[in-house]
Design a binder for this molecule. Structure first.
Ligand code: C2E
Ligand code: MG
Ligand code: MG
Ligand code: MG
Length: 284
C-alpha cells in the first residue's frame, strides 16, 4: 500500500527520516518561542589593531540561550532561522541590541569603538532594512560610521543587479559594509569594484595557512592583503590563533585582526573590563 503511494510517501515512514523530521519541527517550534521570549544573547569578539594592540571594534555574535539545551551556537540554529524566515526578527533584535551596547560604550568618553553585525541574505531582501538600521542607530545614539554590516560573497552574487542599489541605500544611511569570510565564496573579484564595500575580512582558513608556510614565499593571506590595499579597503584577518600568525599578517600589511590569540567572543561586561583595563600593552 505504502509503495503504491509513491516513493516520497514511502520514505516518510522510515523511522530515521521521521525522527529527523520531528526533531526539525521541534527545533522550529522552539525557535519560534525563543523569538517571543527573547532567548537570544550577544557575545562580542574584539577586533584589534595589530600594530599597537588597541581594540578598535567588536563583532557581535548571536547565541541562543535555550532553556534545556543551554547556550546554542549560531551554526546550530541560524540555517533553520534563515529557512523559516525567523532570522528577520532575530536579526532585527541583534541589530538593535548591538547598536544599543555600542552606543553606551561610546558614550563613556573613550576612543570611539565600532560594532560589526552579521546580516543574512533574508534580511538584505527586506525592503525596510535601511529604515530598521537608521532607527536602531537613532535609538542607540550611535553614529552611523561606527556600524559595520558584514555580508558574504555568496549573498551578493545571488542577485547581483538587485544588490547594488540595495547596498547603495545602506551606504546612504552612513554605515560601512564588510565582505565576511573573504576568499571562500564564489569569487567576487570582478564585483569588488562595483559593490560599495569598505572592508574585507580574510577567512580564517587563509590565516591558518600563514602558520604552515615557513618558506619566505608569500601566502594567499598576504596576496589578499595586497588586493585589499590596492582597492583601498580596510582588511581584517579572522581567526588569528598564534603569535606567528599575528606577526606574519602584520608584516604583510594587515592592520586589523581578531581571533583566540587575543580574545574569544565575550559577554558584554568582559568587553567593558578590557576597554577600561588598557588591553593594549598585552598584545604588542
Ligand atoms: P563569522 O561572522 O565569520 O564569525 C566568526 C566565527 O569565528 C565566530 O563563530 C567566532 O566565534 C569564530 N572565531 C573567532 N575567533 C576564532 C579563532 O581564533 N579560531 C576559530 N577556530 N574560530 C574563531 P560563531 O560565533 O560560532 O559564529 C559562526 C557564524 O555564525 C558567523 O561566522 C556568522 O556567519 C554567523 N553568525 C553569528 N552571529 C550572527 C548573527 O547575529 N546573524 C547572522 N545572520 N549570522 C550570525
Ligand atoms: Mg562575521
Ligand atoms: Mg567570517
Ligand atoms: Mg560566516
Amino acid at each position: 500500500q505504502a509503495k503504491r503511494n509513491g516513493k516520497g510517501r514511502y520514505e516518510l515512514f522510515e523511522p530515521a527520516m521521521q525522527e529527523r523530521l520531528l526533531r526539525t519541527l521541534d527545533l522550529e517550534a522552539d525557535l519560534r518561542r525563543a523569538v517571543e521570549r527573547d532567548e537570544f544573547v550577544l557575545r562580542y569578539q574584539p577586533i584589534f589593531d595589530l600594530r599597537d594592540g588597541r581594540i578598535v571594534a567588536v563583532e557581535a555574535l548571536v547565541r541562543w540561550h535555550h532553556p534545556d539545551r543551554g547556550i546554542v551556537p549560531p551554526g546550530q540554529f541560524v540555517p533553520l532561522a534563515e529557512e523559516t524566515g525567523l532570522i528577520v526578527p532575530i536579526g532585527g533584535w541583534v541589530l538593535r541590541e548591538a547598536c544599543r551596547r555600542a552606543g553606551a560604550w561610546n558614550a563613556a568618553g573613550r576612543p570611539p569603538l565600532t560594532v560589526q553585525v552579521n546580516l543574512s541574505a533574508r534580511q538584505l531582501q527586506e525592503p525596510d532594512l535601511p529604515e530598521l538600521v537608521t532607527r536602531a542607530l537613532g535609538d542607540a545614539g550611535l553614529d552611523p560610521s561606527r556600524l559595520v554590516l558584514e555580508l558574504t560573497e555568496s549573498q551578493l552574487l545571488d542577485d547581483t543587479e538587485a544588490m547594488i542599489p540595495r547596498l547603495g541605500e545602506l551606504k546612504r544611511v552612513g554605515v560601512r559594509l564588510a565582505l565576511d569570510d573573504f576568499g571562500t565564496g564564489h569569487s567576487a573579484l570582478a564585483y569588488l569594484r562595483r559593490f560599495p564595500i569598505d572592508m574585507i575580512k580574510i577567512d580564517r582558513s587563509f590565516v591558518a595557512e600563514t602558520e604552515r608556510d615557513l618558506a619566505p614565499a608569500p601566502s594567499l593571506a598576504s596576496a589578499i592583503v595586497q588586493l585589499g590595499r590596492t582597492l583601498r579597503l580596510v582588511v581584517v584577518a579572522e581567526g588569528i590563533e598564534t603569535p606567528q600568525q599575528q606577526r606574519r599578517l602584520r608584516d604583510a600589511g594587515c592592520h586589523l585582526g581578531q581571533g583566540y590569540r587575543f580574545a574569544a567572543e565575550l559577554p558584554h561586561h568582559e568587553v567593558e573590563a578590557l576597554l577600561t583595563g588598557g588591553a593594549a600593552e598585552r598584545w604588542r
